[in-house]
Design a protein around this ligand. Structure first.
Ligand code: COA
Length: 385
């Protein structure tokens, strides 16, 4: 039985910051941001947006009335949780009006959480082929103003419907995953921003890719030539390229050219959005599918997922007939093009805004479909569509 991604879409807030502006304010050469890091713009969220609103907005595009009766699980992968106990998935389940006899929960392992959710969904559909699982990867990637990681921030969510006979990408069964207890990036519960060892996170990412890829080759006998494209977790667009380049010499010239060209197509959206943490790999996949004129049905794509701490996985899928018809290319383009550009002062002001804490109240207005309209008695109230 074929199981995989039947629909997928992303959502980002309607504000962004230009990286040239940020570089100039921070006293850096803009070329470092655009070329060295590979980021042109950064998505910025308002205080009335959180992982619930981002996830619900991403999912509302793909969830039909029929789906609401067929979804058995809503799983949110995130590392930007808003509550130590209650899962954001429960609120998203409510906002999307999914039938009540469903499981809703959150999974966490840094940027790997979305992949854990996806693989769990795949296993569930194997035993319940007539049902559907909604997987959401939603995050607000923040390192702090003027911090080393500021240039790699971003905000947004990806939603994926996992079903049998998927219309976009069928997932193959063999995958290789790896766990190593490493402190390259983590966020103690009392921290607003993560602790980061940037150089260690870069090297662990690349070494993890090499380890799962080498193991995958040993298990399957496949090589780079068997892939039409590779899609990477993209904390910033230079990162995945470094991992790809670290193994590219294994391939013949034609394969090298193909994989490097597809890589550029996979980073079109990330260059304009930044890091989505759990959603970054899947934003890259959407970018690849929506911006490649070369890919076609039957093509095989390899996906590398990495979550600091560290868990990684290499898994694969192939494209279904007419998959292009089920994408949201124009909607996504329009969403990116219609965003408002912020000055650095405006960005810093929005960045420093906080929701009220410890029982205090506030009300908000917003034209974003799902957004927070009130906080009172330690509860966030969400505007419904
Ligand atoms: N023009 C062009 N390139 C420039 C440049 C300039 N003027 N100045 C610097 N660069 C290049 C550097 O050579 C480097 O390229 P390389 O990595 O290919 O050698 C790149 O820009 C980054 O420079 P670096 O000095 O390493 O940046 P940094 O000390 O500011 O740190 C990160 C970069 C990514 C480590 C930091 O932003 C971070 O910690 N991010 C969060 C963690 C993260 O995303 N980790 C990824 C794995 S999960």
């Amino acid at each position: 039985m074929k199981i995989g991604i039947d629909r997928l879409s992303f959502f980002v807030p309607n504000l962004f910051l230009d990286m040239t502006e940020l570089a100039q304010r921070r006293g850096d050469d803009p070329a470092k941001y655009h070329i060295g890091i590979g980021q042109d713009q950064m998505a910025v969220s308002r205080v009335s947006e959180d992982i619930v609103t981002l996830g619900a907005n991403a999912a509302s595009k793909i969830v039909t009335e029929e789906d609401k009766e067929l979804i058995d699980m809503v799983i949110v992968g995130t590392e930007s949780g808003i509550d130590q106990s209650k899962a954001s998935a429960v609120i998203i389940h409510h906002l999307l009006k999914v039938q009540p006899f469903a499981r809703s929960f959150e999974v966490k392992e840094a940027c790997y959480g979305g992949t854990a959710a996806l693989q769990m969904a795949k296993e569930y559909i194997k035993n319940h082929p007539e049902r559907k699982v909604l997987v959401i990867a939603s995050d607000i990637a923040r390192y702090g103003l003027a911090s080393g990681g500021e240039v790699t921030q971003g905000v947004g969510a990806v939603a994926m419907m996992i079903t049998k006979d998927p219309r976009i990408l069928s997932l193959e069964d063999t995958s290789v995953f790896l766990t190593e207890d490493i402190y390259d990036f983590w966020r103690p519960v009392y921290n607003q921003f993560p602790e980061v060892d940037g150089p260690l996170s870069n090297s662990t990412y690349i070494e993890s890719f090499q380890k799962v890829w080498n193991q995958y080759k040993a298990v399957t006998g496949r090589s780079l030539a068997d892939y039409d494209a590779l899609s990477f977790h993209i904390p910033y667009t230079k990162m995945g390229k470094k991992a790809l380049q670290s193994v590219i010499d294994e391939a013949d010239g034609v394969t090298q050219e193909r994989l490097l060209a597809r890589y550029e197509e996979a980073i079109v959206y990330s260059r304009r959005i930044g890091n989505l943490y759990t959603g970054s790999l899947y934003l890259g996949l959407i970018s690849l599918l929506e911006n490649s004129e070369i890919l076609k049905a039957g093509d095989r794509i390899g996906l590398f997922s990495y979550g600091s701490g560290a868990v990684s996985e290499f898994f694969t899928g192939y494209l279904e007939e007419n998959y292009q018809e089920f994408l949201f290319k124009e909607d996504h383009q329009e969403m990116l093009d219609s965003r408002k550009e912020l000055t650095v002062d405006e960005y810093e002001e929005v960045f420093n805004e906080k929701l009220p804490e410890h029982g205090a109240s506030a009300e908000y207005t917003s034209d974003v479909p799902f957004s927070i309209y009130k906080v009172a008695d330690n509860i966030r109230y969400y505007k419904e569509n």
